[in-house]
Design a protein around this ligand. Structure first.
Ligand SMILES: [Zn+2]
Length: 166
């Protein structure tokens, strides 16, 4: 299941549009690859704003809780999301490539049918830590030896095999 919420980006800014919504992590198909399960919650706000230099932009805020895999103990861990970002709207490819050259800004081509949830999903994925870990000392070290431990060994073997490929 993939929800869709489409706006005409420049119109949205012209009308000072704002939208607030809730979504479950399960609804973000691409995000699933990064999660241990689809538990948790997400809330977003998107507003159309004219930025400091008179440029139209989309201001996105996302808050929520999702479950990532700890790269140290491989158990699930709660990851708190609290991100805010401004995405400049480029009117054409030239403007977009100028935005892309500037590391300090995030730009996207302003299309008449912009899929907001896809944009939000992108921002969430970009914000995830490259290597998620429990806080020091918070890893689950007291796991019973059993099927689960075997499962972990398989995972390590798979990881080692992956590393050899690179
Ligand atoms: Zn851990």
């Amino acid at each position: 299941m993939s929800a869709r919420f489409v706006i005409d980006a420049l119109d949205f800014v012209r009308n000072a549009g704002a939208h607030h919504g809730k979504i479950t992590p399960a609804e973000f198909v691409r995000l699933q690859d990064y999660l241990t399960d689809s538990q948790g919650w997400l809330e977003y706000t998107i507003s159309g704003v004219i930025g400091s230099e008179g440029k139209p932009l989309l201001r996105i805020a996302v808050q929520g809780e999702i479950n990532l895999q700890c790269q140290r103990c491989l158990a699930s861990m709660v990851h708190l999301l609290d991100l805010k970002t401004d995405i400049l709207l480029a009117r054409d490819e030239n403007e977009l490539s100028r935005f892309d050259e500037d590391d300090s800004v995030d730009g996207v081509l302003a299309v008449p049918e912009m899929d907001v949830l896809e944009l939000i999903e992108d921002e969430i994925i970009l914000s995830l830590p490259i290597s998620a870990r429990h806080l020091e000392g918070k890893c689950s070290t007291s796991r019973p030896v059993g099927e689960e431990a075997v499962g972990r060994e398989h995972l390590f073997a798979a990881l080692a095999a992956l590393k050899k490929l690179h």
